[in-house]
Write a protein that binds this ligand. Sequence first.
Ligand code: ADP
Ligand code: MG
Length: 210
Amino acid sequence: MGLPDVRGRDLTDHGPLLDGSPKMRAILTIIENIADTDATVLIRGESGVGKDLVARAIHTQSARRHGPFVKVNCAAIPSELLESELFGHEKGAFTGAHRRKPGQFEYAKGGTIYLDEIADLPLALQAKLLHVLQDFRFTRLGGHGEIAVEARVIAATNRDLEHALARGEFRQDLYYRLGSGPRRSRSWWHGSSLASTRSTGGRSSWRRRR
Ligand SMILES: Nc1ncnc2c1ncn2[C@@H]1O[C@H](COP(=O)(O)OP(=O)(O)O)[C@@H](O)[C@H]1O
Ligand SMILES: [Mg+2]
């Protein structure tokens, strides 16, 4: 049995973003413009269009490039485990919580947390995430003390969020907080809508905290 071709896999997993088309070049310009803000970013597009690569490119072009890049696929983790996965838990928070476990938001400290398939977040967790994006603090399951979010948040979805809104499957307040809907500032991207951002959000609240 041969060894896996790690180099090849690395190239496909985190290869450079190709800029062969005018649309892709427009996206690279957007990435350059937003990378060094701490704004929350929502990346939308069908499967395979390069959302993961864009998220990684934003991270590697930001001042956080030396920090961690933590990806959480919200669709791949059972919903009952997702809250603990994201925010961690204290010992005894629930049956089977034998010890304290930090969440991915903590592991992403100093870097970027990438929440893939955000539309698959259960409604209750959408509410919690909204608070986190507003206050930049959270509490571990079963915990009391608040923990500061010290990560930049990038979210992605391939779902039709407007459709999910209409069906009551996605919270409108989170939708606006992530920068969808009518923009408060200039919109970054029209057409296939790969990336949008709330440029007034994360940065100021982040910087204030330093
Ligand atoms: N602009 C691009 N430049 C280089 N590779 C790309 C580009 N867009 C997509 N890919 C490749 O296509 C595949 C899917 O990209 P990925 O970021 O996982 O898409 P998504 O997250 O939108 O499903 C990856 O192997 C990625 O390397
Ligand atoms: Mg993806």
